[in-house]
Design a protein around this ligand. Sequence first.
Ligand code: FO1
Length: 299
Amino acid sequence: MKVVALAGGFGGARFARALAESDAELTVIGNVGDDEEILGLHISPDLDSILYALAGIGDEERGWGRADETWNALDTVGALGGDTWFQLGDRDLGLHLLRTQALRKGEPLSSITARFARALGVDATVLPATDDELRTHVETPAGDFPFQEWYVGRRHEDEVTGVRYEGDAKAAPGVVEALANADLIAISPSNPYLSIGPILAVHGIRKAIESRRVPSVAVSPLIGGRTVKGPADRMLERFAGGTSPTHVAAVYEGLIDRLVIDEADAGEGDHIVTRTLMSDEAARRTLAGAVLEAAAVPR
Ligand code: FO1
């Protein structure tokens, strides 16, 4: 079964891994709204978290960067008076150096990502939502911030009063085609506004999902009305009016046929109920199974 997953953030990478471990033929469309230039290097945190998770080399506890990381380069940056607010590990840096070099030579992000996936032994197809510049900006009472400045620099403590996606981005090669040829579309348990929103803001992607002929399912990022990590619960409260499955489903109106929710949120509504916390391989298998079941749900 051809499954196309929209993924961003911590939940997106774990979810991609869960689907990759199933027998689905997987394409992951990754968020690039979080991309940032740090120390002269182009960083694509969500694409990297997806690649690292699929290659089994990511730091599972931290949720970003490489396992067994060391920080010698960053220590040097700090010792020489440079900015260290955004932590780049030594192993991780190698990838950023190569990607930045390739981008400067004019290679599109999608092509670079495909090369890295192959080199890391990743079987799934990993596509950035766009090769164009698309950046998420967060509006808060303390001002407007580029995503990473708010998320990492200010520890995502400021209340989010608005989210903007800047850039006139068209879908990367293969993205709309993958959605058109999918047997199932799956939206990760990621922040709907910060991780999935930027993907849907890319020209052609929302329309491709709205006009689908196959089932589409989202996994709620909430467990017992709270997020595992990050501010999705606070943002759903503010922008959707609550944190129930009904509120989550409403955010994806027209884009999904079913919502997968955690047992802790079971109650009203025609949702698929399972354990959604991807704490280990067995848990990932359970969630992937529940998502693939949605393929049988009539549209
Ligand atoms: N997140 C942090 O909270 N602090 C960091 O210093 C940090 C560095 C970092 C480096 C590379 C990378 O791929 C991701 C990194 N992240 C860091 C995570 C990242 O900024 C966010 O988790 C995602 O953008 C959220 O989707």
